[in-house]
Design a binder for this molecule. Structure first.
Ligand SMILES: [Fe+2]
Length: 182
């Protein structure tokens, strides 16, 4: 992941970030964030202002109330199951981001809750306890804005291997070791 280069950060992305920052402070933050993102991914004029981000993950903004990322999943790429410990909203504007959503059962094993293909124009919201693994479901890279209602890079999170049941601390080493590219 890379922090966004300020010079590449256009006025309109700044505007979106400011809108999301304000929404995160609202008592109905999850709903407000979803509404803003739905508007962006279904509005061609707004989409046209999003700069081209080539890195997989770019952090557009983060403070203690909200983290705003641009996420690109390459064709054939799968990232391991992980939690966020906060409300997470995924808004896809290009391609398809395939989300497998898991729940931990009483034994601590992961059970598949849903397979959700989030297509361009769609928004998916997950609760703090939801676990997901993500891959590109299209024949072009998927591109999305992900918004987390908290300070994602500082919170203690986990990675999961649904096959073996292994649970690991979320760190870059484990994450990239378990990330697959076809
Ligand atoms: Fe995630």
């Amino acid at each position: 992941m890379n922090l966004v280069n300020e010079k590449e950060n256009s006025f309109d992305v700044d505007h979106l970030v400011n809108e999301l920052k304000a929404a995160a402070l609202n008592e109905n933050a999850a709903e407000k964030v979803k509404t803003i993102l739905q508007e962006v991914v279904t509005n061609p004029e707004k989409l046209a202002t999003i700069p081209s981000f080539e890195d997989k993950d770019v952090i557009l903004f983060e403070d203690e109330t909200v983290s705003i990322w641009h996420c690109r999943f390459a064709v054939g790429q799968t990232v391991p199951a992980h939690d966020h410990q906060m409300v997470t909203t995924v808004a896809v504007y290009e391609g398809i981001e395939r989300n497998e959503i898991w729940l931990k059962n009483e034994d601590g094993d992961l059970q598949k809750k849903a397979d959700v293909n989030v297509s361009a124009g769609d928004v998916l919201q997950m609760g703090p306890n939801d676990i997901h693994s993500v891959s590109c479901g299209s024949d072009i890279d998927s591109q999305a804005i992900h918004v987390y209602l908290g300070e994602l890079t500082t919170v203690e999170r986990s990675l999961f291997d649904p096959q073996s049941g292994e649970v690991m601390g979320f760190d870059d080493d484990n994450y990239y070791r378990l990330t697959r590219s076809e």
